[in-house]
Design a binder for this molecule. Structure first.
Ligand code: SAM
Ligand code: DTB
Ligand code: SF4
Length: 345
């Protein structure tokens, strides 16, 4: 990788400046995103992550995009917490297929106490023992739970802000934006890296996307991982008939995230199944450096692994061979010596 001087990370982004980035002529936006991307990352590589729904459906929250909410009638089959053994089998397979990060998602409003939580902690230990990054998304956490996950070696906790504070109430009424921020704070406090991003295509304006980017980019440190999802509209949810966002809007969102949070992993997350190879290529040009691999996200389909291999081949790109994000300090696990501490000031 060519070395360039690293620009300082900023945490004082204001809406008009973010707006002017998001509105740049696309070639200029891509040029600026590319310039910072290659200072912090290898532009030929993306990280392969694998997602598993360890507890599916029946969620008491009313997130309008989500097929797992108990408020809507969708085709999702609810399922209780998966066993540790089965989860680890899935993680091992994903590892064998080239994923270096394993993300476990549960349709909970908040992580439960007791046996179920202990089971998740065991999953985290097991995934880390495989030499993969471990990420969980379990809803809200108490400080004690965050600390326990950190101790087990959890690499990252995913908790999305989803959209701007202003638009949030149109999408979710059963919890407040501030509650999301509080859980993120606990995750930080525990020393676990933060995975936090959002969704485009829910009917929000560009100004709402600016609002989300401002919330993300002014966190100190920046979230080490920023998933950008395109709404996967699911029959039965209030957003079932939402018109799909233009893929170029996704490219812009990724490019802006890359410029604002240059050292973070920007993840091209849900929504790839409906995208052409060319649209995905533009997302990588804009600075996305991670994808979910495997034919299923949590409950919705994702491109087949072979298709992704062909795509990366065609683009002359490759999957990262090693994990990129270090585990929390003080965790019971000894870090793989090749793992660099990601981030940040
Ligand atoms: N219940 C936990 C929570 O909400 O934090 C974890 C699971 S939840 C499914 C994780 C994230 O997936 C959500 O925050 C949302 O950003 C994303 N997501 C859920 N449904 C989606 C959809 N239909 N399209 C795109 N992203 C979606
Ligand atoms: C994130 O931002 N996207 C992933 C992960 N974090 C947990 C989830 C996408 C879910 C898409 C809808 C589904 O498959 O249920
Ligand atoms: Fe529940 Fe998470 Fe789905 Fe919201 S996004 S309904 S919290 S599973």
């Amino acid at each position: 990788m060519t070395s360039y001087p690293k620009p300082a990370l900023r945490h004082d982004w204001q809406a008009p400046e973010i707006s002017s980035i998001l509105d740049l002529p696309l070639p200029e936006l891509l040029f600026r995103a590319q310039a910072v991307h290659r200072v912090f990352h290898n532009p030929a590589e993306v990280q392969g992550c694998s997602l598993l729904s360890i507890k599916t459906g029946g969620c008491p929250e009313d997130c309008a995009y989500c097929p797992q909410s108990a408020h809507y009638k969708t085709d999702v089959q609810s399922a209780g917490l998966m066993s540790v053994a089965e989860t680890l089998r899935m993680a091992e397979t994903a590892h064998g297929n080239g994923a270096t990060r394993f993300c476990m998602g549960a349709a909970w409003r908040d992580a439960p106490e007791g046996e179920e939580f202990e089971q998740v902690v065991e999953m985290v230990r097991g995934v880390r023992r495989l030499g993969m990054e471990a990420c969980c998304t379990l809803g809200m956490l108490t400080q004690r739970q965050a600390d326990q996950l950190a101790e087990a070696g959890l690499t990252a906790y995913n908790h999305n802000l989803d959209t701007s504070p202003e638009f949030y109430g149109e999408i979710i009424t059963t919890r407040r934006y501030e509650e999301r921020l509080e859980t993120l704070e606990r995750v930080r406090q525990a020393g676990v890296t933060v995975c936090c991003g959002g969704i485009i295509g829910m009917g929000e304006s560009r100004q709402d996307r600016v609002g989300l980017l401002r919330e993300l980019a002014n966190q100190k440190p920046h979230p080490e991982s920023v998933p950008i999802n395109m709404l996967v509209s699911v029959e039965g949810t209030p957003l079932a008939n939402q018109k799909q966002a233009d893929h170029l809007e996704l490219v812009r969102m990724i490019g802006a995230a890359r410029i604002l949070m240059p050292a973070s992993m920007v993840r091209l997350s849900a929504g790839r199944l409906s995208m052409s190879d060319e649209a995905q290529a533009l997302c990588f040009v804009a600075g996305a450096n991670s994808v979910f691999m495997g034919d299923r996200l949590l409950t919705t389909p994702n491109p087949e692994m072979d298709r992704d291999r062909q795509l990366l081949d065609k683009l002359g790109m490759r999957l990262m061979e090693e994990p990129v994000t270090a585990a929390p300090h003080g965790s019971a696990l000894i870090e793989n010596s090749t793992v660099a501490t990601a981030n940040h000031g």
